[in-house]
Design a protein around this ligand. Sequence first.
Ligand code: SF4
Length: 356
Amino acid sequence: MATTVIEKPKVDRSELSFIPDLVYFEPGALEYPKGKRIMAWVEKEGIPFRMTTSHNRITNLPGDSELEQYRIAKRTLVVGVRKTLKFDQSKPSAEYAIPIATGCMGHCHYCYLQTTLGSKPYIRVYVNIDEILKAAQGYIDEREPEITRFEAACTSDPVGLEPITGSLRELIEYMGEQPLGRLRFVTKFHHVDSLLDAKHNGHTRIRFSVNAKYVIKHFEPATSRFEQRIEAAAKVAKAGYPMGFIIAPIIWHDGWEEGYAELLESLAKALPEEAKNGDLTFELIQHRFTKTAKNVIEKRYPKTKLEMNIEKRKYKWGRWGQGKYVYPDEQAYALRMFISERIFEHFPNAKIEYFT
Ligand code: SF4
C-alpha cells in the first residue's frame, strides 16, 4: 500500500516580514521606549537574544566559517543607540543621509554595503529617533531658506525593518510638519502598510527599486518579489505620497532590451492612474563595482553570474579613494537612451532625475 506523504506547505518567506534569528541589545537601548518595545516583541516571538556592550562590536556571532557567519549576520538584529549624530552627505539624491539603521537582510549580490559595512554585515537599528530628528532639525535650520532633503536608505533598507522599528513612520510625520524638511527613501521591500495613513503632507518621496526580471531573479535574493514591490508602489501612490522608481543596477545582459522594455511596460500596467500621471521620478544607475567589491562579492556569492570583468569595463576615477568600473561609454549610452525612451513612452510626465 502506498504511503501518503503529507508535505508541509512551503512558506513563501517573501510574504512575511523579517524575523531575525538572533537579537543583540545594547543596555542603553532599553532605556528608550523603542528599545523596550522591540525587547517585548523579541520575547513574545521567542527569539533568542543577548546583551552587547556596543552595537559596533559584535564579536561572538555563531558560525564555523566566514561565509556562515556572514549568512548568520544577515539574520542578526542589533538594537542600539546612535551616538554619531553628524550626518553624511548623500549626493545626488539628497543633501544628507539620516541614520536610522545600518545593514540589511537582503542578499543582493551587487549591494555596496558588502564593502562599506566590511566585517559588520549584521543589521543595526537605532532607538534614539528623537535625538536623530533633533540633529536633522539642526541641518534644516542651517540651510534655511533652502529645502533640505534627507535620504533614509543610504546604509540599509528601512522598509524591510519598519514592522520591527516603526522609525520611518516617525520620520515621515516629523518631516510632514517641516516646511523646509523632506524625506526620501528607496526600497526593495513591500512592507508599507503601516505608512499608508501617516501624515506625510507630501514631504516624503517613497521610491521603489525595480529591475529587469533577469536581475531580480539572479541577483536579489531575500528581497520582496517584483509584483509585491509594484503592489506596494500602487498603495503608496493611492496614499498620496510623491513616488518614484530607481532602476539600479542597470545590467547589460543577454536580452536586456526586452528585459527593460518589459519592466517599464509592467510598471505602466500595474500603477494606478494617479501615480502614472502624477509627480513620478526615475533614477537610473548603471552597474558599477570597485576591485575591493569584486573580491568580496566573489567570496560571499561564489556562484554569482554577476559580470565583473574589468577588461570589459571603463575605469572611472573616484573623487575620494579608489575608482569604479562602469560600462564603456557606448554601452552606457545605449542603456541610458533605451531606458529613457521606454520611460517617456509609458510615463510622459515623469522626470528622470539622473543617470549615473
Ligand atoms: S535590499 Fe538594498 S540594502 Fe538590502 S541587500 Fe539589497 S541592495 Fe543592499
